[in-house]
Design a protein around this ligand. Structure first.
Ligand code: ASP
Length: 434
């Protein structure tokens, strides 16, 4: 049985962090596939290597002298190499990177070198073989990940080499050209490794001991989530609780491989387990998340107009402006569409005037002051009285509810309040249910 371990940027930020990683990896012989991010911040004021590499790539693109920047970036690696006495030629590696950059290797190549070099150092330090993600994480030419080819390539490399370190965050097109995931994508790389070898578990090591029930910036010292299902995690991350890259769940969910969020700096603390199902049912709320600054657009149609046609034409307007719809509530002659404020901020007047032009629409009103609070929990399903309990918390705390949404999966109740009540609402729900 294999455990895939992924270490995030802060876990590989210095030689001291490398030592912690080694202790973790070598303390369990199942930890045979290691994925690393690029070194992150060592302290608050520090820079992430990935950010500096984006900057380097702009320097190259616009022909700006980058020697000072290259010196800063390479020194981060050189310091780790020196302090751990590793036989990796960092100077030569940077010469190769700059040669390739001059010969047209683009931004994605330059940025990917953050993870590439970190994995080179980590492989030397752990005595595990280095496997370049460009050889095993395979994208089609249309940019879509080819899971089948990726699984085959990872499996065969792993069977050949036995214990490997793979850089996260990137893969390659069939031509060999580098393709990056979106930011934070090393989480997805780890997930792909776990899927490829059908791992027993995927441990995602970071700098927090798992997920918290609510945002610690809003609730003081919130409880840890012991277990969260894949579905709950999707809902929570969608509503702003970010601990893992959104797409990390997909590769492992079908094979039912659990993901553990663990803390490199406190390896003995229990983290959070993300899995298909959970038997823990001591509270009905798993997590509370939310976001501010939504807009509610209420469209009133003329009594004679066909509602379905009007809704469909109105949706086309949003589609044409590329605006994502969060929720739709309907009543007899009107319906309300909730959208994220930042999706329409730039062209709200154009959207409004297009909506007013739709056949059968008589009025469009907009409410700009809406925050959504999502109360998520698998244990809310099929239990009468849960929504009553949640709404009564809002009532007791004198918080006006502007809108309500609950899908039939019943794992998510979304309550809309005015922006000013957002933090108060989260604290009130937390204090009553946790
Ligand atoms: N280093 C990349 C980033 O900062 C990818 C990752 O860490 O997962 O986004």
């Amino acid at each position: 049985m294999i455990t895939v371990v992924k270490f995030g940027g802060s876990s590989v930020a210095s030689s001291g962090q490398f030592e912690k990683v080694k202790n973790i990896v070598l303390s369990d012989e199942k930890r045979k596939i290691v994925v690393v991010s690029a070194p992150g911040k060592r302290c608050k004021e520090d820079n992430k290597i990935t950010d500096m590499l984006y900057l380097l790539s702009s320097h190259v693109k616009y022909g700006i002298d980058a020697s000072a920047l290259i010196a800063t970036i390479s020194e981060r690696y050189e310091e780790i190499r020196r302090e751990l006495n590793l036989g990796v030629d960092i100077k030569r590696e940077f010469e190769i990177i700059m040669e390739n950059a001059k010969n047209g290797a683009g931004e994605e190549y330059i940025v990917s070198r953050g993870e590439y070099l970190c994995a080179k150092l980590m492989s030397a330090y752990l005595g595990y073989s280095f496997v370049d993600a460009a050889e095993v994480v395979k994208f089609n030419y249309d940019g879509v990940l080819n899971e089948e080819q990726t699984a085959e390539a990872v499996k065969s490399k792993f069977e050949e080499l036995g214990a490997i370190v793979v850089p996260g965050f990137y893969g390659a097109y069939p031509s060999g050209e580098i393709k990056l995931f979106s930011r934070g994508g090393s989480d997805v790389s780890g997930s792909l490794m776990a899927m490829s070898v059908n791992a027993e578990k995927y441990e995602n090591w970071t700098d927090v001991s798992g997920m918290l029930v609510a945002d610690p910036k809003i609730v003081e010292n919130p409880a840890r989530i012991e277990e969260v299902t894949y579905d709950e995690l999707r809902e929570l991350s969608y509503m702003g609780a970010s601990v893992l890259h959104e797409e990390s769940v997909f590769p492992v969910r079908e094979l039912n491989i659990p993901i553990y969020i663990l803390n490199t700096n406190k390896p003995n603390e229990a983290g959070t387990k993300i899995c298909k199902q959970s038997d823990i049912n001591d509270r009905f709320v798993t997590g509370i998340a939310g976001k501010k600054n939504f807009k509610a657009l209420t469209i009133t149609k003329s009594v004679n107009a066909d509602k379905l046609t009007v809704i469909s034409d109105v949706l086309d307007v949003f589609k044409n402006f590329g605006v994502k719809i969060e929720h739709i509530h309907t009543s007899v002659d009107s319906f309300t569409i909730l959208v994220n404020g930042k999706d329409v901020d730039k062209n709200v007047y154009d959207v409004l005037s297009e909506l007013r032009r739709v056949n059968g629409v008589v009025a469009v009103d907009i409410d700009n002051d809406l925050a959504l609070v999502a109360v998520v929990g698998r244990n809310m399903r099929l239990k009468p009285g849960i929504s009553a309990k949640i709404f009564s918390i809002f009532g007791k705390n004198n918080i006006n509810i502007k809108t309500i949404a609950q899908g039939t999966t019943e794992i998510n109740i979304i309550v809309g309040v005015q922006n000013a009540d957002f933090e108060k609402a989260i604290r009130a729900v937390y204090n009553e249910v946790v």
